[in-house]
Design a protein around this ligand. Structure first.
Ligand code: SAM
Length: 283
């Protein structure tokens, strides 16, 4: 049975705002108490807690790391889709990947690195994998080392990403051809799910990463970083810190890409090519 939860008191709401800001960089507006209640209802019911103060105490307890993760999973917005904002994938396949291809000399051990930062349940990373697989087919056959990193803070989303298994409706934004080539219906009892081909799965490494954390355990530099639809609800101060951190993960000539509607950022060391598109130029 789902409890009917009251709204949090002003003090309790302020504590949730502080928590979201400190742990995620998220700015929970003063008008989002209903949203918070909706997001926490299921989790608090599962725990049998109907008081926000008790729930906050549980998260803040020294043993509360696991509950903090449930809280994060509940409040992050994970809406995504295959080939969402298709323009970016067209730009990669028509402009950026052909240029990268030309820069490859055929020497052994050449690498291409792509990063879906804030990958949610993986559709963005799989869309990158399909686009890259189609662009670099011959080079991959000749030993090109191409890898895609997918990171997110939400462990539920990452579990789906790692499974590579999606309900049929999630595949609606794929053309019939791509669906047939890259996804196969699962075997019972998973026959309602469509599973990504292992050629895609082999290209992608999914890892948990909080973009806010001090150090990223990532040694690689990337040719393209997609970080789309992640910063909408970020507070501007942590957002700027993360933008500048992300910029340090680009190779010279590498690209940092935001959502089509995310414009207005400025990032030291990067050139803004279009509203949502930044490049690290050779120094
Ligand atoms: C709306 S989804 C966008 C997914 C995908 N990039 C797209 O455009 O379709 C935003 C993702 O950012 C993740 N996110 C939010 N704050 C984060 C943080 N501090 N560190 C890492 N990921 C975060 C959320 O968990 C969520 O999966």
């Amino acid at each position: 049975m789902i409890f009917s939860l009251e709204l949090p008191s002003d003090d309790q709401y302020r504590d949730f705002q502080t928590l979201a800001l400190n742990k995620l960089g998220l700015s929970l507006g003063n008008d989002k108490a209903y949203l918070l209640r909706g997001r926490l209802q299921r989790r608090m019911t599962t725990l049998g807690i109907n008081n926000y103060g008790d729930y906050l105490e549980l998260i803040m307890a020294s043993s509360g790391a696991e509950e903090l993760q449930h809280f994060i999973n509940a409040i992050t917005t994970t809406k995504t889709g295959f080939f969402r904002e298709r323009e970016h994938f067209d730009w990669l396949s028509q402009d950026i990947f052909p240029k990268l291809k030309k820069s490859l000399t055929g020497a052994p051990g050449q690498k291409i690195r792509l990063w879906s930062a804030g990958c949610s349940s993986g559709q963005e990373a799989y869309s990158l994998a399909i686009t890259a697989l189609e662009a670099f087919r011959d080079e991959l056959d000749s030993g090109l080392d191409l890898k895609i990193l997918g990171t997110d803070i939400n462990t539920d989303a990452l579990a789906m990403a790692r499974s590579g298994a999606y309900p049929a409706e999630a595949l609606d934004s794929l053309s019939g051809l791509k669906r047939d080539i890259y996804f196969k219906r699962g075997n019972p009892p998973d026959d309602q799910l469509h599973c990504a081909d292992k050629r895609l799965m082999q290209l992608i490494d999914f890892r948990q990463l909080n973009l806010l954390q001090q150090e990223y355990p990532i040694a690689t530099r990337f040719h393209v970083i997609l970080c789309r639809n992640v910063f909408y609800y970020f507070d501007p101060i942590p957002r700027q810190r993360v933008l500048e951190r992300l910029s340090t993960y680009l190779v010279e000539g590498g690209w940092l890409v935001f959502s089509l509607t995310e414009i207005g950022y400025e990032i030291a060391g990067l050139v803004k090519i279009r509203g949502n598109l930044f490049q690290r130029r050779a120094s």
